[in-house]
Design a protein around this ligand. Structure first.
Ligand SMILES: [Fe+2]
Ligand SMILES: [Fe+2]
Length: 377
């Protein structure tokens, strides 16, 4: 296998020791400063609608705003333990379960009690939602950066609506974790490194590629999976509302980059392919949820080796890429430069999604219905 030292800091994408050697060592940190190397761009071309697809998205966003305080039913009581028990019964929710189909013999889980399994489900849920919240803050910051750096007025207008959307998403995940689940996990290091890479980069399109295509593409798939699996009505409603926005955000990335990438050279495209691969690996690494295993007091490497290889878990890991791969294909990133990114997605085991629907226009299907928009109480 080709060496990836320069791209992801290790030779082998599956080197577990190397993945786990990167960890969040300062979990009490409150503020983190990250260098943004991009120029702020003014444009004096105010012609609205020069890019009709972006204008349409902007108009749609203006009439799709919701209020996390009043549109969600916060009176719903959440008993996470019984949610986990229900999810176990369904045997597949990310974080909640999906662990029921592996052989415990010879693993650290051999002697586990029912209570320990329940605790694992509770912690995994908290961990997953905490990373969603941190990712939402990443989106808030990245989209504010796009307002500054993108040269097109239609894109600046649209990005401004997304900044508001992301503020609302951070707000509702934070409120859910604080008032329903009593607290959150610090940011996972692999996710943090990815967000820092995106903010550091000086090229305006890299913010879109890292955030709208990779992070939000993964989030849209993960939210969809969790929305389908969870039996908790408040979380289900919250995810439904957030997804209606996320589908627009991914479309924003696809529409903007499609135009821009058509004009790039092979060498420029190669840098984008490498960036997309690096982001994909970092996101896959973070779903090993190493912080949860640490909190549960099991040997992290052995736990991951035992759990991550189960069919349910592997299916979930792959599903996370079900939006990313077709969107990369639509942008022309898979097959340029001798199909470099296609080969990498083959190695990651996710190329089978290439012909799934892309998200350039799919957002219309995610719009909230009048019934869903009726006040919660
Ligand atoms: Fe969001
Ligand atoms: Fe978003």
């Amino acid at each position: 296998m080709a060496g990836y030292e320069d791209l992801i800091g290790r030779e082998d994408i599956n080197d577990l020791e190397a993945i786990l050697s990167v960890a969040n060592t300062d979990t009490t940190e409150i503020v983190r400063a990250v260098r943004d190397n991009a120029d702020a761009i003014f444009t004096w071309d105010y012609e609205k609608g020069a890019r009709p697809a972006l204008e349409k998205l902007y108009e749609k966003a203006k009439t799709s705003q919701w209020n996390g305080e009043t549109d969600l039913d916060w009176s719903i009581e959440v008993d996470l333990e019984s949610v986990v028990v229900n999810n176990f019964a369904q045997n597949a929710a990310p974080g909640g379960a999906g662990f029921a189909d592996f052989e415990v013999a010879g693993t650290p889980f051999e002697t586990w009690t029912d209570q320990q399994w329940l605790d694992l489900g509770v912690e995994s849920n908290k961990w997953m939602l905490s990373q969603f919240m941190h990712g939402e803050q990443g989106a808030l910051i990245c989209t504010a950066k796009i307002v500054e750096t993108v040269p097109w007025i239609d894109a600046k207008y649209y990005a401004a609506t997304q900044v508001m959307d992301e503020a609302r998403h951070v707000e509702v995940f934070a409120k859910y974790l604080d008032t329903k689940l009593d607290g959150y996990y610090p940011i996972n290091t692999h996710l943090g490194l990815l967000l820092e890479d995106i903010v550091n980069d000086s090229r305006w399109d890299m913010t879109y590629l890292g955030m709208q295509i990779m992070v939000e593409g993964l989030a849209l798939a993960a939210f969809g999976f969790m929305h389908m699996m969870t039996t908790e009505p408040l979380l289900k409603q919250l995810l439904r509302y957030v997804m209606s926005d996320e589908a627009r955000h991914v479309a924003f990335g696809v529409i903007s980059l499609k135009e821009y990438y058509e004009g790039l050279t092979d060498a420029e495209i190669f840098e984008r392919q490498q960036f997309a691969f690096e982001a994909a690996v970092r996101m896959r690494d973070r779903f090993m949820q190493q912080e949860v295993w640490e909190r549960m007091g099991v040997p992290v490497k052995e736990a991951i080796e035992a759990v991550m290889l189960t069919p349910t878990r592997q299916m979930f890991q792959m599903m996370l890429f079900s939006k990313i791969v077709p969107n990369c294909k639509k942008l022309g990133l898979l097959d340029r430069n001798d199909a470099w990114l296609r080969r990498r997605f083959e190695e990651l085991g996710v190329i089978q999604f290439e012909d799934w629907v892309d998200t350039g226009s799919e957002y219309e299907n995610f719009a909230l219905t009048d019934e869903e928009l009726a006040p919660a109480s």
